[in-house]
Design a protein around this ligand. Sequence first.
Ligand code: UGA
Ligand code: MN
Length: 377
Amino acid sequence: MPKRRDILAIVLIVLPWTLLITVWHQSAITPLLAARKCKGHSSNSPCRGFYDDRHESRRDSRNAFTLKEPCTSENTKDIVEVVRTEYVYSRQPPWSDVLPTLHVITPTYSRPVQKAELTRLANTFLHVPNLHWILVEDSQRRTLLVTRLLQETGLNYTHLNVETPRNYKLRGDMRDPRIPRGTMQRNLALRWLRETFSPNNSNSQPGIVYFADDDNTYSLDLFEEMRSTRKVSVWPVAFVGGLRYESPKVNTLGKVYGWKTVFDPNRPFAIDMAGFAVNLRLILFKPQAYFKLRGVKGGYQESSLLRELVTLSDLEPKAANCTKVIYGWDSKWTDKRQAPGKQDQGEIYIYCNTTVKGVRQPYCLLQAVHSYVSIQA
Ligand code: UGA
Ligand code: MN
């Protein structure tokens, strides 16, 4: 019966192979099955410790990456990967004892876009190690909106408030000096720093102070550039003063000798609030240095603080000797100061507070700035 013999031979060849493939396939999927089973287990199963730790670590950012023994040692790799992707973006980096702390001071006031602006800032700050956010509300009391937002971010923060008196808020005409925006709030934060940290305590962690308005966008590089500030560091800022960027002028020896700006380049420090950072020790050693409240012309607020702290030759240029524009965008610049759609055509508009036949003219074309437009922001 040759036919039967053939069938037997085929069975004897195929059967061992089938068994072999089945066993091999089973061993490949077992860890994944074990992981799924583990998830569905009741609370008194042996897997409980691991999954509870996972939820616990969502609540406690400091434990975000400390996972305990999972169900079996075999499945560790698969599970750890899943856990990381779940919450790595919602947690700030671990605190380091060696990096200087960045004390970021932000004045803020109530308006429809406030929550959106603060959310954008918080999302940026979550990427920066050792950041302490000092948020100062321009209000009679700390609002629930800001309190909740700060609590939910998981950032290290200090929440303060001081209200700018109403009559100070009205912008007078050009001859009438006014209180610049956010000044009282920044000064309160400086006072808080001086009351909290002592200049003589050499053990305290070094710090850098930076003024970050709530309507700006900050590149992450910027925070690492400023971290090494010894006295006052400076860099170019994009989209301010009606330009694509303003910048300190730096000579071949790496010293600042002037300012690339169109708006009043004769200011002692013709720089935007977002363009400099100060070492905390300097703030502590010069307790009289505050932003001036009265008699400050528009654009002179930064100078009023900086002239109390340093001279031009002390400035430390960052961002590759100020050849890189590493920060960008004041959202108001697009809203109000730049005619919509014009930037694409290579035309730069500067805000000018003029009135023609009784109608306020918000934009005027400024040809002179074209020579600056070669560096890309
Ligand atoms: C520009 C500069 O970018 C500011 O750093 C500077 O303080 C200001 O000019 C000035 O010299 O007055 P600008 O875009 O005109 O700022 O002003 P805003 O961005 O509206 O205000 C600056 C900061 O102050 C913001 O963080 C804002 O939330 C806060 N602010 C503004 C208040 O706390 N209260 C206000 O009534 C208005
Ligand atoms: Mn602004």
